[in-house]
Design a protein around this ligand. Structure first.
Ligand code: ATP
Ligand code: MG
Length: 637
């Protein structure tokens, strides 16, 4: 069986030398992703979930406990190699060759012009993860050289998101704007060396002179300016003598280069916009290609990891560093950025959604931002797990958002307490249950983890059940409550249908009546008779009102950015938010901590909205459904 080394390393037990011998296999996205057997075979692991069973159906095959033992025993420890990818291979090669004196220094360089999204999380996990793995360092550097759109608020949100993901830059917080003077001196050096000149073509002319993929560019008439004139003009640009667009500083490289980035790229432009950190000190700002490589070099970065779209900028990265003869020349390595289906991961597009009011803000739980995912109930562990599973590739692709959902489902399956909530209530009256009587049932918070404890759930004569759990005229295969049926009330009793009350005007069922069998207390019958359905409930007198927000995917199609001529907002999913205002939850949820996650039994994973939930009114966000209903829909289509 082929082995995916990357996944194996995901289990911390393996790295620390492991009491388990593990085996896994990759399967399709809509089903459990990985199956790992533990040597002891007390349980089967599916992803991070532990399934304590002796026979487990996996991918249509039934495995006996003995089979599992045999397979596990046949594996050697060596299979548990740590995760690897082409970037780690490069780094390991460098370490072997003692390049950079065995140092590994990476950085995560966001521009503070928006909130971080799950694509950034991939980059954060990669950069900080590599530093951790090889005993190196990872800097957090704000790449803040374009004052329009940048702000301290974004800086703060980015810092808190990186921390939330679980990474620490210690005292290595940097700002490219701190290097402005340094960079200016570097630029002056290039001018003195005859490697840069002030160009006074208009922006349109510069574009025209640049040529195209099929047409070489032509030299700017200002290319031959003397060093003195260039230094003078550059100094006066800095002094604010000229308006934006009047001049730029350009590198003197090669207007006929097949790589357009090398056709005398702009290094500095005039921009009379105050900077959120340097105020009005500067009115010329260095371009990304000039700033980035030098910032890396100043900080002593060894491996400058960025996304594929910068591949053609690498020659320029190297050109700047080579011509300035800097001591530290980091190696730029590109990897494929994360694209995720049913959402967009471009800051420009996300800003648009926020500014045009398509979502309630950067932290709208439908947004793929870390702030949005956090508010939705995603955990940092699930996002790190996701980042690890998608791996690092050299080629662009779109990852199914189902994988992200799978990761949070798995994580919450382990950690979320189970509780009962009724989203769309229907009254259920137990006719033979005494008025005023209240019984409490002990209900465990987690079926597989007794350490999580239990809580008391009160039952009384009038309950609420899910409207969808009763049908007067049920189709085949409906095992919930219906005329003539007996079902189990979770943790409590068997109840048998006796009748309904309908609204005289609308004919809608407003109340269902039943009787309970007192001998089935706890949900089991001493005579061994079986019921096919178990439904959840809350006691009318004891339950708490709650608002529940059912979130779904933000876009209705898998690749909303894929249609070039169409405005991507056309593909927004009109049903991405449904707000239920008359839901009821069990009383144990009184005072539930903001942000905490629960499994509402049979319904999905929900979290207490950290913004809108309060003592006056509970608000829950659906994090994810229990099963991937989209996979089913996709299969049908
Ligand atoms: P956008 O293009 O959407 O504006 P950006 O890449 O310009 O985003 P930055 O703040 O410059 O945003 O990104 C910081 C770092 O995160 C960069 O190194 C960038 O390569 C990386 N990054 C951004 N988006 C992704 C993504 N989708 N997948 C992986 N890494 C990403
Ligand atoms: Mg960028």
């Amino acid at each position: 069986m082929p082995l995916s080394l990357r996944f194996v390393a995901f289990y911390p037990t393996l790295r620390s030398g492991a009491s388990h011998s593990l085996k896994h296999e990759r399967t399709s996205l809509s089903s459990p992703l990985f199956v790992v057997f533990s040597r002891s075979a007390e349980c089967v692991r599916i992803g991070k979930g532990l399934y304590p069973t002796s026979r487990t159906e996996i991918q249509g095959r039934t495995k006996d406990r003995e089979d599992i033992d045999r397979e596990a025993a046949s594996m050697s420890r060596e299979e548990a190699t740590p995760a690897t990818d082409f970037i780690r291979e490069i780094i390991e090669g460098d370490l072997k060759a003692n390049k950079n004196q065995g140092r590994v220094a990476t950085r995560f360089p966001p521009e503070p012009n928006g909130y971080l999204h799950v694509g950034h999380a991939k980059s954060i996990c990669l950069n900080f993860g590599i530093a951790e793995q090889y005993g190196g360092t990872c800097n957090l550097r704000f790449d803040d050289t374009d004052p329009s759109g940048e702000s301290m608020d974004y800086v703060e949100s980015i810092k808190s998101d990186v921390r939330w993901l679980g990474f620490d830059w210690a005292d290595r917080l940097f700002f490219a704007s701190d290097y402005f003077e340094h960079l200016y001196q570097y630029a002056a050096q290039l001018i003195r060396d005859g490697k840069a000149y002030v160009c006074s073509l208009s922006p349109e002319e510069i574009k025209e002179y640049r040529g195209s993929l099929t047409k070489p560019g032509k030299d700017s008439p200002y290319r031959t300016r003397s060093v003195e004139e260039n230094l003078d003009l550059f100094q006066r640009m800095r002094a604010g003598e000229f308006e934006g667009g009047a001049h730029v500083l350009r590198a003197k490289i090669d207007m006929a280069s097949p790589n357009i980035n090398m056709r005398d790229p702009t290094l500095y432009r005039i921009k009379k916009v105050p900077h959120y950190r340097t105020g009005n000190t500067w009115c010329i700002y260095p371009m990304y290609d000039f700033t980035h490589c030098l910032s890396d070099s100043i900080e002593g970065i060894t491996h400058s990891i960025c996304t594929l779209e910068f591949e053609n900028n690498r020659p320029l990265y190297d050109w700047v560093l080579d011509h300035l003869k800097v001591e530290c020349h980091p190696q730029q390595i590109e990897f494929a950025r994360l694209n995720l289906s049913y959402t967009v991961l471009s800051k420009r597009k996300l800003v648009g959604l926020v500014e045009k009011g398509y979502v309630s803000g950067w932290d709208d739980p439908r947004m793929p931002t870390l702030a949005g995912l956090r508010r939705r109930g995603y955990t940092p562990e699930a996002i790190r797990d996701f980042s690890e599973r998608i791996g690092v590739a050299k080629r662009d692709s779109i990852v199914d958002i189902g994988l992200l959902e799978h990761c949070i489902r798995e994580d919450l399956n382990q950690r979320a307490p189970r509780v009962m909530a009724v989203l769309r209530p229907l009254r259920l009256v137990i006719d033979n249950y005494p008025e005023g009587k209240v019984e409490e049932f002990d209900a465990p918070y987690h079926p597989q983890n007794p350490d999580m404890g239990s809580r008391k759930v009160p039952l009384s004569r009038v309950l609420h059940i899910e409207r969808g759990d009763f049908l007067e005229d049920p189709p085949k295969g409906f095992f919930r409550l219906a005329p003539g049926r007996e079902v189990r009330l979770r943790y409590a009793y068997y109840v048998t249908y006796t009748g309904v009350v309908k609204d005289e005007q609308t004919g809608q069922v407003v109340e269902v009546h039943c009787t309970h069998d007192p001998k089935t207390r706890g949900g089991w019958s001493p005579d061994g008779r079986k019921v096919k359905g178990t439904i959840h409930w809350v006691s009318a007198a004891h339950s708490l009102p709650a608002e529940v927000r059912l979130y779904d995917r933000l876009f209705g199609i898998a690749n909303p950015s894929g249609k070039r001529d169409a405005d991507f907002t056309r593909f927004l999913n009109p049903n991405s938010l449904e707000t239920l205002t008359s839901s009821l939850v069990e009383p144990s949820l009184a005072g539930a901590a903001p942000g905490s996650g629960y499994q509402f039994e049979r319904l999905g994973y929900f979290c207490v909205d950290p913004v809108d939930s309060s003592d006056r009114g509970l608000v829950f966000n659906r994090t994810v459904t229990l099963r991937d209903s989209w996979a089913k829909i996709a299969k049908k289509e």
